[in-house]
Design a protein around this ligand. Sequence first.
Ligand code: ATP
Ligand code: MG
Length: 607
Amino acid sequence: MADAGHTVTGNESAGAATDWRLLGRLTAYLRPYWYCFAVSVAGFGLFALGMVLLADLLQYLLDVVAGAEGGSLLQGVALSIAGDTPDRIAIPATLLALTLLRALGLFLGAFPLDYAARCVVFALRAELFDKLCVAPLAELESQDRGAQLSRMTYVTEQVTDATREAVQTVLREGLLLVGLLGYMLYLNWRLTLIVLVVAPPIALLVRWAGRRFRLHSRRVQESMAAIAQQTGDALRGQRDMRAFAASDYSKLRFARDNSDNLRESVRFALLRAVSTPVVQLLLAGGLGLMLWFALGGQLLGSFSAGALAAYLAAAVQTGKPVRQLSAVQGTLQRGLAAVEEITAQLDREEERDTGTHVVERAAGALRLDGVSFTYPGADRPALADITLAIPAGATVGIVGRSGAGKSTLVDLLLRFIAPDSGCIYLDEVPLTDYTLANLREQFALVNQSPTLFTDTIANNIAMAAPGRYGRARIEQAASAARAMPFIAQLPQGLETRLANNGEALSGGERQRLALARALLKDAPVLVIDEGTAALDADTETRFRSALAEHTRGRTTIIIAHRMATIAAADIILVMDGGRLVEQGAHPELAARSPLYQTLCRGELAAL
Ligand SMILES: Nc1ncnc2c1ncn2[C@@H]1O[C@H](COP(=O)(O)OP(=O)(O)OP(=O)(O)O)[C@@H](O)[C@H]1O
Ligand SMILES: [Mg+2]
């Protein structure tokens, strides 16, 4: 929005500096495809040559018809190549040859640029996706998902428009204009200078239009993102919306964004539609002025009728390039607005990954020393001064009311977020000393709301490494998580494809898949954030016995809402309001901790 400010206050130099910076960024992506540009320039050069020579052919034709002395370039060439060929053959043959040249030029000019532009979109998408995978989670989650989606699809395409449409127009029409003007200067330079007087007012208009375009195309983009976001919400939330009879409200909000988009795109279209006729009008004025001079007599001198016709043909033809070049600003600015949005995203910070320590397999001892964390913008800490130690191989239960900070603690362990103060150690090495990848290899996490990807169940369980695990091990993990019974009932078993985050599965089934995923990873620390909350009591009992096998030899942290799940834990941590209020074994806490007793009575359920 800062740039819209520039436009409004007329701070052109800052806007122009931004434009150059953005063009620089765009050029960096295009640089590997310089050969496409070389071919394209040559192609459009041929095209321009063909166009100019077609005007010259007109002179040739008219001179021949009028029986005048031939001053045309082509006539000279035709004479020198085949002096005795009759004009009746030479002229049609030249016409065909020039048309072929022009067509070849157009192809060679256009296709390489298209190719380069597609490659740039490919590269931008790849880079955006890479960035998505290393962006700090907190920042990622605070961003609007509709805008992120539109960036990946719509905005990257806008960049193609910049590279392809704008560059193509600049090359094609620019070279044509240069060719035509050169030819006109060659025919009659004085007359041509008069034509050039028309250029400055047009240039001024072009600049004005460009600034308006930039502002409005950005607004069009913003309103598109809002529509995508509303639609995304509606697609995900139909169940809730219908249950709460909130459809009218959502329709209202959608209608507002939709009409914003309508208003902005109509303004944009209006601007585009107005700018072209105005430029044309200026051009006609210039042409009229030129004719007035030309018909005065002194300027024409020894012009043959054929030469005048060729000159006029060339002069009239400059209209299209000038028009298109004046419109290209809009395209380019739309592209630059897109480049700006994408580069802003690409320049964002990444997760800090400065550690160098790497272990094959950690023992799994965890220690927190005075750890505090406050979410940005929150008025009270989510975790305050947590100090605790978990010996390697211990089974730890964490209980506490909803909002006590349990999931936040897990996020800290996996370095999804960093503590504001205090330090966390894995095997007495600060977490920040590990490389992020190596640290996360030491953890298998069953997330509070696990994500299932659009892929087969088997690949969802094998997750990051579909090729690494054999079918037998995947099945074994699925059985251990007690997921096999329901998987076996699916039409294609483990090969069943999931869609929409596995919405066709029940909450408990989803969580069992997530658990299978974690068990398969076989990491030294297993973290289950309410992994059993959605399981029915019977499955839960069997799950617990399975888990008992898997807790052996590894540190296990279970955040649970069921007593039975954590009663057998070596240590139970009781959290409340971001503080660690009690810790000990179940019998001990049951005897002395009032909060624990309360939690037990409510079956540890979220209160
Ligand atoms: N991304 C976030 N931004 C701001 N505040 C947050 C964020 N995530 C959690 N919080 C706040 O931090 C506190 C602790 O949340 P946390 O998710 O750790 O609780 P929890 O103990 O896991 O609760 P539950 O049992 O419901 O899962 C809550 O007050 C919550 O509102
Ligand atoms: Mg939680």
